[in-house]
Design a protein around this ligand. Sequence first.
Ligand SMILES: Cc1cc2nc3c(=O)[nH]c(=O)nc-3n(C[C@H](O)[C@H](O)[C@H](O)COP(=O)(O)OP(=O)(O)OC[C@H]3O[C@@H](n4cnc5c(N)ncnc54)[C@H](O)[C@@H]3O)c2cc1C
Length: 409
Amino acid sequence: MRYDVIIVGAGPAGSTTARECAERGLSVLLLDKAEFPRDKPCGGGVTVRASKLLPFSIESVVERVITDVYLTHKQASGFSRHSDDALVNMTQRRNFDMLLLEKALEAGVILRENAAVRQVSRGATSIDVSTQDETFTASVLVAADGANGKTAQMSGIQQSFWQQIALEGNVTPSSGIPDRWQTCFGLDIGGIPGGYGWVFPKGDHLNIGIGGWRYVGPGLRESLGHLTKFYGFDRENMWGLRGHYLTIRKPESPLVRGNVVLVGDAAGLIDPMTDEGIYSSIWSGQSAARTIADYVGGETSNLLNYKREVESELVPELSISLRFHDLFQLAPGLYLWAEKHTDLVWALARRILRGDQTYVNVMLRHTATGNVIDFLSDLVRVTPYLQRRSGLREPAPPQRFFVRGSVQT
Ligand SMILES: Cc1cc2nc3c(=O)[nH]c(=O)nc-3n(C[C@H](O)[C@H](O)[C@H](O)COP(=O)(O)OP(=O)(O)OC[C@H]3O[C@@H](n4cnc5c(N)ncnc54)[C@H](O)[C@@H]3O)c2cc1C
């Protein structure tokens, strides 16, 4: 049978693309090398802005609703910030991803589990996708196989990413989740180049992790041990220790090539400042499905609308986030000071997590501040001393995106 679309990977990006394609009447085959429910190294924090993208409630898989953040600098000098509204929904990925997959199946998607894609061969109007046992044909292929995915490569597409790496594990306190973490997650910043440490409370356990630029990989195990101890838990009792890459897209990295579309981590759409990837995965899946439906329905002759949408709406957000990340890494202490002593920074963080504000709007509304951020970030990108201070070994090229009040990507 020939399908309209084959999607490789049933994470948030793949299941969302699949569901939205099927809801538009397309025949969809979803392949995953794993058997579901499956887990995935992830903090499982689904921001309110990400939840709002979905046309159904995720309440059934939410184990805790976060309203507070406990911030520390290099494992010292902590303070809390409170929000009256929910900021992040804490889930476990095996349950969250299963829910998204079930919604795709309800929409009519055909699923093959234990089906690792091994080979792709692209023709002008069709594409063959082979697992160990079978070959399937479709008009469009979607690479949704995550940060370690090989589907793009197998399709002859060269991606270009900055890579981060994170290590995480879980602790289950015998006396239950401590009061401090009932509705609060912890972030420890300034202690690792390019990232941060975290503690995310779930129903009966806490997820503790740390990540940064790829070169910090060899020291992560020790760093995670220290962090676990700092948060008051015994590192010896940690279970489910897992590491994983995070992919941050470089501006030239492809989103579409011919009849192949890249979504989620396979496209490198992680938010560099927060390392939030679920939002972009859902967003890009929805955008891809709209474009694919138009293409299969004969309304457009190519899939480039997806690229245009991502580049005009999502990429500006991620570019500004990368700017914030440059500065945040240079002076995490200053960021914490501002977060503690000014309501403005906390209000901004809250509004972004809830999807009430975007990075682009912030830059456009506060043009003077935006220009300063722009300038300072460029300064970091061209000054080796500042790069060393901020742990940046592969800076993005300087790029003024503020041009007469409009945002450039
Ligand atoms: C340690 C860590 C913590 C994180 N914490 C958060 C967080 O709290 N909140 C947040 O928003 N983001 C977080 N992220 C990022 C988030 O996990 C990712 O952005 C998100 O999972 C991307 O979804 P995806 O659908 O693109 O890919 P994935 O979720 O990685 O799914 C890819 C799927 O493809 C399948 N696959 C791979 N190769 C093949 C193949 N050859 N054939 C068939 N199937 C294949 C895999 O089995 C998998 O099911 C974190 C990341 C890490 C590493």
